[in-house]
Design a protein around this ligand. Structure first.
Ligand SMILES: NC(=O)c1ccc[n+]([C@@H]2O[C@H](COP(=O)([O-])OP(=O)(O)OC[C@H]3O[C@@H](n4cnc5c(N)ncnc54)[C@H](O)[C@@H]3O)[C@@H](O)[C@H]2O)c1
Length: 430
């Protein structure tokens, strides 16, 4: 099939590259010229394992074409995906200005029957509004159907997730559009859930809100475990091995971040409010998440007996491992608080260093773990990169001025840390 993917970010580029790999002719369109030029020269503008190889292979085969022009792409396409950002406004509401602008440009360039697919995460009712917008701007002869096809990929494993999704949600009022989507997704190994547009829109927010709830629940439990002397990791194992509950996402730590959970929780609270429902549960999820960074800093402050003039080594800056995405990364809050309290920060992240340097020029950005730790008075783990799990802890102990480790992701074993002579503070572990 001929496909246009509008927006070449984490979602759009992965979607476009994989559809091209299946043999489709794909135009990847973005209004950001710099990004398109980078892609044309074979460089992926962000870190996503396995993606660059697929992009290169398909660009060379001319199945993947990068463009800034709606005219040179949409006209030829049977399916157009909208994958632009939907950042939060100040009040938590999703900002749909990028979606509206992209949909208007698509509408103006529709030729024959086209399936227009919303992949961006959008509030319920957006499909209806976009359908009206397209009708307003399309030519008389152009025909289209709207599909809501929310995306569930995770940054860091986006290629795998796209090839092996738990489900593919296809929401549409048109049988023809559903058929086109099923045909396009045939090579993908995942259960197709056919539904209406509004339900599809709600599924995405519901999924992210529920996953965020699991994380905040684990964090609330961690707070209690610390007070009563229990180990939250054992508690989460004991709870999570119950198949009705499940262990994934019962992750106590410094809170969820990234470009999705924080904004989608706020957006669903806003959607609920507009529909006349006060979503108290989700408000608590957000509140619990917001206090994680300050609880973490308080723990470090107590361990060090104050932060003024102290040097702190930070391992991990991206909001999660295997990505260089710094959007809403908890490290931003933690480092800001450390600086406000007079601490010096020496940070290291395997891939987010350049992005982080721009956002946190006040921190010293080191090129490896040992450089960050050398001479620091405490070590903090903020992102659970694999390379931090097997570090030479004896060497770390020698390099640190004080053998203090505050582990925001519970990657180390408290017993081993004690045996090695560290003052070790995890999350929810006394
Ligand atoms: N990142 C994720 O892990 C993830 C997962 C699932 C769903 N989502 C959702 O998918 C959507 C996209 O997220 P993302 O992380 O890929 O965003 P992103 O910010 O990485 O990329 C968005 C891209 O859209 C481009 N763009 C903006 N306006 C445009 C326009 N009018 N025409 C063409 N291009 C335009 C931007 O230049 C940018 O390159 C969001 O709604 C997000 O909530 C993201």
């Amino acid at each position: 099939m001929k496909v246009t993917v509008v927006g070449t970010g984490y979602v759009g580029l992965v979607t476009g590259a994989i559809l091209a790999d299946f043999g489709n002719q794909v135009f990847c369109l973005d209004t950001n010229e710099e990004k398109i030029n980078q892609l044309k020269s074979g460089r992926v503008p962000f870190y996503e394992p396995g993606l660059e190889e697929i992009v290169k292979r398909n660009a060379e085969a001319q199945r993947l074409i990068f463009t800034t022009s709606y005219k040179e792409s949409v006209i030829y396409s049977e399916v157009v995906f909208i994958c632009v950002g939907t950042p939060p406004k100040r009040n938590g509401e999703a900002d749909l200005s990028f979606v509206k602008s992209a949909v208007k440009s698509v509408a103006e360039n529709l030729a024959d029957y086209t399936v227009v697919v919303g992949k961006s995460t959008v509030p319920v009712g957006t499909g209806e509004k976009m359908t009206e917008l397209i009708k307003k701007f399309k030519s008389k002869r152009a025909k289209f159907d709207w599909v809501s096809n929310p995306e569930f990929l995770r940054e860091g494993s986006a290629v795998f997730d796209t090839l092996h999704p738990d489900r593919i949600v296809i929401g549409s009022e048109s049988e023809e559009a559903k058929e086109v989507m099923l045909e396009l997704h045939k090579p993908i190994d995942g259960l197709a859930l056919l539904t209406d547009v509004k339900s599809a829109e709600m599924i995405k927010y519901g999924a992210n809100a529920f996953l965020s709830t699991k994380i905040s629940f684990a964090n609330a439990m961690a707070n209690i475990c610390e007070k009563v002397g229990a180990d939250v990791e054992s508690v989460m194992d004991g709870i999570g091995y119950d198949r009705r509950i499940g262990r994934p996402f019962l992750y106590p730590g410094i809170g969820y971040g990234g470009s999705c959970f924080p904004k989608d929780v706020l957006a669903l609270i806003d959607i609920a409010k507009r529909s006349g429902y006060n979503f108290k549960l989700l408000k608590a999820v957000d509140e619990i998440n917001k206090e994680r960074a300050s609880l973490f800093v308080a723990k470090l402050e107590k361990a060090l007996g104050g932060l003024g003039g102290k040097t702190v080594a930070i391992l991990g800056l991206s909001f999660k491992p295997n990505t260089d995405d710094m959007r809403e990364a908890p490290s931003l809050k933690v480092i800001k608080m450390l600086r406000e309290r007079g601490a010096e920060v020496r940070a290291y992240d395997p891939v987010a260093r350049e992005n982080a340097r721009k956002l946190m020029p006040e921190a010293t950005h080191c090129v490896n773990i040992y450089e960050a730790v050398d001479g620091a008075e405490a070590l903090c783990v903020l992102t659970e990169w694999n390379e931090f799990k097997e570090i030479d802890l004896e060497k770390i102990k020698k390099l640190l001025k004080n053998p203090i480790v505050v582990d925001g992701r519970n990657i180390y074993d408290p017993i081993r840390m004690k045996e090695l002579g560290f003052s070790y503070f995890g999350i929810g572990r006394s």
